[in-house]
Design a protein around this ligand. Sequence first.
Ligand code: COA
Length: 249
Amino acid sequence: MNLPPAFPAPGILAQLPSATLRALTPADFAAWMQLRNEVLAGLAHPDLYVREADEAAFFAQNSLPRGECIGVFLGEELVAYAMLGMPAAGEDGHLGAVVGMPTGRQAGVAHLASCMVRAPWRGNKLQALLLRLRCAVAQAYDRPLCLAVVSLHNAASRHNLLAHGMWIEWTGVIDGLRRHVLQIDLLGRQRWDLQDSRLIAGDDFAQLCAAAASGYGGVAEVVDGGRRMLRFARRLPDAMPPGHCAPPL
Ligand SMILES: CC(C)(COP(=O)(O)OP(=O)(O)OC[C@H]1O[C@@H](n2cnc3c(N)ncnc32)[C@H](O)[C@@H]1OP(=O)(O)O)[C@@H](O)C(=O)NCCC(=O)NCCS
């Protein structure tokens, strides 16, 4: 893999002006583990984020040189990180396979693998910033299809991913856990029939699975009184990339 693109210089985060960003290396593994232990110990619900079976292998898979893990530092303290994985087509655990993507498209996928913010630093939109940065890196590596796994309980993360323009591509069970897979196409080829849409409660697992399986994507969150609902719209065929013609009828 080539050298990573440069990250913003110190001072660019208006909400945390003294923060610095850099790609984590194997030397940061202990600090990364410490942050994870702290965040996982403080989760409001155990299903929000379930620890990987092999944390060292997960770090290696989603940081340099195989992927990219962006760390946000305040002084020496790692306050947040976010990871990007670049799986090979057909590789075990490839999320493209989970959502039924043909193998031929899987080389264009990046995994938005994991993001955590230490509790005192939440509310600064760091997840949103780290989403933008990871998408820029994914595009630089010619991987415009970004996929992320989220627990149905993780309403904050789902909210931030939807606000970034991702949609719920699939809902089902991964390793025994009820999960959404959200997707974004950084080339903007996806199209939706917004006239054909329906609202589904964010915890209605059966309806969420059925909607995705029948060609609907979850494109927005709608606040209905005190309830947050998800709007699913019918997926239309992708737009052709520039320079390509539609096949003859
Ligand atoms: C999820 C996480 C990364 C978000 O951290 P963050 O960048 O500080 O996020 P913020 O607090 O700035 O995000 C706030 C947004 O979420 C929304 N939000 C918060 N709780 C919410 C809820 N229960 N339902 C819907 N939206 C919610 C807020 O309204 C706000 O939206 P806005 O930006 O449109 O105003 C952080 O909470 C975390 O580390 N959690 C534990 C680990 C985890 O779950 N990681 C993600 C795994 S997919």
